[in-house]
Design a protein around this ligand. Structure first.
Ligand code: UDP
Length: 343
């Protein structure tokens, strides 16, 4: 029997590329829709090194319903599409405050166009890439999916909330739609082969890419943003999840949608364990036997003190949970940085 296809918008991006690998390993045929606006075509070579073939790719701007419709039609002409995983979006919190129109246009516009194109093509299964930023600083941690959605701190965060709302409203209408809204905690690490990983273009804003670049001597020392938070060591607490565990959750979501038609659910994807920035630095040093150059600096605007997941719902419904440790993620992150350094 021909493999079922899964369309992966933003499949050349960080989480997208790892999900493409996981889909292939699970027996699906992943098809990438990407315009390389925040990724590089070389990622496809990395994927090919792992899965033994180049994935099918359509260069599509997901805001364009016409381009989407054309690509979906071409894709469906020689195979059945089991669903769409929608990653394609801008994702830098700071940048979103500088360029809110671009974030609204790209992130919300692409989701509207995608829903329209899916409906026209008779595809109903959608996995949406959301974020734990929808919770802001929750009253209780670990945070579960019942926690209130708080006013967004940034245009980026708002676009994730708006898209979740858009998809939920579409589900509640007469549109034939099933959806998983996946709220990621902090994805880190890389494929253990180091053939793919995170490729931050320019100055990395996230902790791990900055930490690995600083340790490789590509940047100045890491600044830990604040050590006067009300946590045990004064630094912020997050839930760091290995990107390969996260990738597998997308495969589990496609399986869930195939056996739960006409459903729309949000799932937290995290390890369930909170780690402080200082703990992450210490774990990185221990896992890799190398010192991280860093100093403590002032707080970063908009950072919440502590958040980590109650991921019980994903475990119960999707039969998924994290299998890889923080140490493995930090080893894979460093392996990937070393590969980038060697060129
Ligand atoms: N962080 C830091 N220095 C950096 C980048 C991040 O101390 O150069 C801290 C940040 O304040 C937060 C944690 O690392 O407590 C995770 O930040 P990141 O931007 O990776 O993810 P966020 O949870 O903010 O989306």
């Amino acid at each position: 029997m021909a493999k079922q296809k899964v369309v992966v918008t933003g499949g050349a991006g960080y989480i997208g590329s790892h999900t493409v690998v996981a889909l292939h390993e699970a027996g699906f045929s992943p098809v990438i829709f990407d315009n390389f606006s925040n990724s590089k075509p070389e990622v496809l070579d990395g994927i090919a090194r792992i899965i033994g073939e180049k994935p099918q790719i359509f260069e599509v701007d997901c805001r364009s319903k016409a381009e989407l419709a054309q690509a979906i039609e071409a894709c469906a002409s020689d195979g059945q599409i089991a669903g769409v995983i929608h990653f394609a979006a801008f994702k830098a919190v700071g940048e979103s405050t500088e360029r809110p129109l671009d974030y609204f246009d790209n992130n919300i516009g692409s989701t509207v166009s995608l829903l329209e194109a899916m409906t026209a093509a008779g595809i109903s299964n959608l996995v949406f890439s959301s974020s734990c930023t929808v919770y802001g600083q929750p009253d209780a941690i670990p945070v579960d999916e019942q926690a209130p959605i708080l006013p967004a701190e940034s245009p980026y965060g708002y676009t994730k909330q708006a898209c979740e709302r858009l998809i939920t409203d579409a589900f509640n209408s007469s549109m034939p739609l099933s959806a998983c809204l996946l709220r990621y905690f902090n994805p880190i690490g890389a494929h253990p082969s180091a053939a793919i990983g995170e490729l931050p273009l320019g100055h990395p804003n996230n902790l791990i890419p900055y930490l690995t670049q600083a340790t490789a001597g590509k940047r100045g020392p890491l600044t830990v943003f604040g050590n006067d938070y009300p946590t045990e060591d004064g630094t912020c607490i997050r839930d760091y999840i290995h990107v390969m565990d996260l990738a597998r959750a997308h495969v589990a979501s496609i399986h869930w949608l195939l056996s739960n038609p006409a459903s729309c659910e949000a799932f937290n994807l995290g390890t369930g364990e909170g780690k402080s920035v200082s703990q992450v630095i210490a774990a990185f040093e221990k896992a890799n036997g190398i010192a991280v150059p860093y100093s403590f600096g002032p707080r970063r605007a908009g950072d919440v003190t502590a958040i980590f997941a109650n991921a019980g719902k994903a475990e119960r419904a999707l039969g998924w949970k994290c299998e890889l440790s923080l140490e493995e993620a930090l080893r894979d992150a460093w392996k990937w940085q070393q590969k980038l350094t060697e060129g």
